[in-house]
Ligand binder design. Sequence first.
Ligand SMILES: C[S@@+](CC[C@H](N)C(=O)[O-])C[C@H]1O[C@@H](n2cnc3c(N)ncnc32)[C@H](O)[C@@H]1O
Length: 256
Amino acid sequence: MSTPRDQLDGHRAVWAEVNAQFTDAAAEGMWRRPAITWGLFAHPEASLAALGDVAGREVLELGCGTAYLSGWLARAGARVVALDLSPAQLATARRCQRTIGPAFGLVEADGAVLPVRDAAVDIVVSEYGVAPWCDPDRWLAEAARVLRPDGRLVFLTSSVLAAMCVPAEGGVAGDRLLRGPADLRPVAWPGGGVEHHPSHGEWIALLGAHGFTVEALHELTPPAGEDDHAYYEIVSAAWAARWPAEDLWVARRQAK
Ligand SMILES: C[S@@+](CC[C@H](N)C(=O)[O-])C[C@H]1O[C@@H](n2cnc3c(N)ncnc32)[C@H](O)[C@@H]1O
C-alpha cells in the first residue's frame, strides 16, 4: 500500500520550502566534504563502520534530499541510485552532480513504493530520509524486498526521546517530556509533515517482522564543543551531549 496522496503532497511542499530556505544553499558544501559522516554533528563513518566497505556495492539511498551522502558513497566506489519524493531537492542534487560530481541515478519516487526489482541491491541506506517520513511497516517491507539476502540496511533517525521533547509548535527539544510514545505513531507537526518515531522496542519488532537482524544501534553524541547544526533545529548540540538524540541502526536482511 502506498502513502496517502495528501501526505505526499504535504511532504513535497515542506521540502520545497526547506530546500529554498536552507538545503539548496548548503548542498555544495556538503557534497565537497572529503569523507562520509553521519547526522547533525558529522560523526565519521570511519569510526562507526556502519556501512562497511562500499566499493563495488549496489547501494540505494531512500529520501536522499540533495544526495550528498550518495555523492560521498559514489566517490568511495559504490554503484549508487538515490531516490527522493521532492522535485526541489532532486533539482539541487542534479546541479551538484553537474558542478561537483560524480553522477549517479536520481529517481523521484515515494520511499515506501520503490521502482526497483526484488533482491537487486547490497545496501539500503537512509539518513533522516524514510525513517521519519514514511510509515515504517511500508518502507521496511520495500527495503527487505529490494535487498539481496544478507544485504545491509543502515538508517539514521532522531531518537524517540528527542521527538518527545520537541515543543508542539516545532523547534528545538527542551528538557521536558511533552508527549509519550503513543503520540508519535505518527505525529503531525504544525509546519506540515507527518513523522514516525517508533521506540527502540518497536524498531526491533518491526525490523524482525520484516526479516532483518539488528547488528548495531549507535546512539550518536556530539564531540565536546560542537556547534549547533546550521539549520536542522530538532536538538541543540548541548541537548545532544546530554541525552541520546540520533539513532543509527544497522541491520542485516536474513537469508530466506
Ligand atoms: C532530512 S532530508 C534527508 C536528506 C539528507 N540526508 C539530509 O539530512 O538533509 C528528508 C528527505 O526525505 C524526503 N521525503 C519525505 N517524504 C518522503 C517519501 N515519502 N519518500 C521519499 N522521500 C521522502 C524529503 O523530500 C527530504 O528530501
